[in-house]
Design a protein. Structure first.
Length: 428
């Protein structure tokens, strides 16, 4: 067994499990939103503000996490991050006021979420795999979707069986008792730590001209930024990715469960809807990655954002005329129809966006540029989590939010269709 299975796959499995649990807990925020409102006698806007801060902290710490991995290694960063998340969940169970949630979950736990994320996973896969790297990155990324598929419904069940405080404590214990020891004893930052080469061999050697490049030969930060904001390719990828964050991680991941409860759906139906969304998200993401290598990614992105706008119409049908189609299409069917259709286009925008970025921008600045895209995504997610809560308190519903989301998706679709022809760029 040891001769046939390279240890890189063990590392990938541990990374997958860590991201599944940590990011699954992060995505479970929506399941706790209503119970926290009731427990702390707070408004939806006040609790949604915790998600706003959480997304901003998560996004802001991504570049620092990358530097920390370079300095102390992925193993220490992952173990510390998982430890921070698990202990934060245990302390969250003792919270009695909204500002406790803001401090513990919104700030401290979100630093841990930022460490146990795709940034770390991508670095680890790059170090451990020189062959089948794309497959490994796809499997690693699926950890987040699996967390949405498994941990979010689990959270809903635990809340209804034991209450929110016991539920959040159980999630924290799951990380602490299972993942921390596994990472400590079995994880490794580099293949050399296990006396191994990466899976597939040592791979291509770094170009000595690149390795020896003097600092002054690299484009400065101000030169890169100045050039970027004058380019349509950058702006028309950055702004739609903001919309992506607003409508997915922000709006739907945070507010789908509260919306379902607001419409009178049972906890079982809400949990099934989240699971269906995550399942089709998993399949849609893999299919999108495959097709982005074969189709024009500009038109693919435009179509995905347009379809996303159409899926939100289903939620408006539920609000305004749930018996429009009589007995054939009732409340539950429409909610499941939304979950399936939205799930297909949920994370599917990531692959064509990254594909276009690799074509538009030079490799020496690509990491920084992709970091800007994901920061834009997290800012969108933060606003997508907070603004609907404010509008719900002001209007007593979600209809204005859904109209806003549709308009943003249509705008993102138009901008994607107007992206320039895909060409390799030699400079920013």
């Amino acid at each position: 067994m040891k001769k046939n299975i390279h240890y890189a796959w063990i590392i990938l499995l541990i990374t997958f499990a860590s991201l599944m649990l940590a990011q699954g807990i992060r995505l479970s925020f929506g399941a706790f939103l209503t119970p926290w409102e009731e427990a702390f006698q707070s408004s939806r806007a006040e609790i949604s503000a915790v998600a706003l801060v959480s997304y901003l902290v998560f996004g802001l710490f991504q570049p620092f996490i990358g530097r920390l991995i370079d300095r102390i290694g992925a193993k220490k960063v992952l173990m510390l991050s998982v430890l921070v998340v698990s202990l934060s969940m245990l302390v969250t169970a003792l919270a009695t006021k909204p500002w406790h949630l803001m401090l513990i979950y919104g700030i401290i736990a979100s630093v841990g979420f930022g460490g146990a994320s795709n940034v770390l996973g991508t670095v680890v896969v790059t170090k451990w795999f020189s062959a089948k790297r794309g497959l490994a990155i796809g499997m690693m990324t699926a950890g987040t979707a699996s967390g949405q598929f498994l941990i979010v419904p689990l959270s809903i069940v635990l809340i209804h069986l034991f209450g929110w405080s016991q539920a959040v404590m159980m999630l924290g214990l799951l990380l602490l008792v299972v993942m921390v020891p596994v990472i400590y004893f079995f994880y490794a930052s580099l293949p050399e730590e296990r006396g191994l080469d990466p899976y597939g061999g040592t791979g291509e050697q770094t170009d000595p001209r690149q390795a020896g490049m003097e600092e002054e030969e690299r484009p400065s930060l101000f030169a890169v930024l100045g050039g970027l904001f004058r380019r349509r390719a950058f702006l028309f990828l950055l702004l739609p990715f903001f919309v992506c964050g607003f409508t997915t991680s922000g709006l739907i991941d945070t507010h789908l469960v509260p919306f379902a409860e607001f419409c009178g759906f049972s906890a079982a139906i809400a949990g099934t809807a989240v699971s269906a969304l995550a399942l089709f998200n998993f399949g849609g993401t893999i299919l999108s990655g495959y097709l982005s290598d074969k189709w024009d990614s500009r038109y693919m992105l435009g179509g995905l954002y347009g379809i996303r706008a159409l899926t939100i119409v289903i939620l408006l049908v539920i609000i305004y005329d749930p018996v429009l189609f009589g007995f054939a299409l009732g409340h539950s069917f429409l909610l499941m129809l939304f979950s399936v259709s939205f799930g297909v286009v949920d994370f599917s925008t990531v692959a064509p966006t990254m594909n276009l970025a690799s074509l538009y921008f030079p490799p020496q600045a690509l990491g920084f540029i992709i970091g800007l895209f994901f920061f834009s995504h997290q800012v969108g997610a933060a606003l997508g989590a907070y603004v609907p809560g404010v509008l719900f308190d002001l209007t007593g519903g979600y209809d204005i939010t859904f109209y806003m989301a549709m308009a943003l998706c249509i705008l993102a679709s138009c901008m994607s269709f107007l992206l320039p022809k895909q060409e390799k760029s030699s400079r920013v």
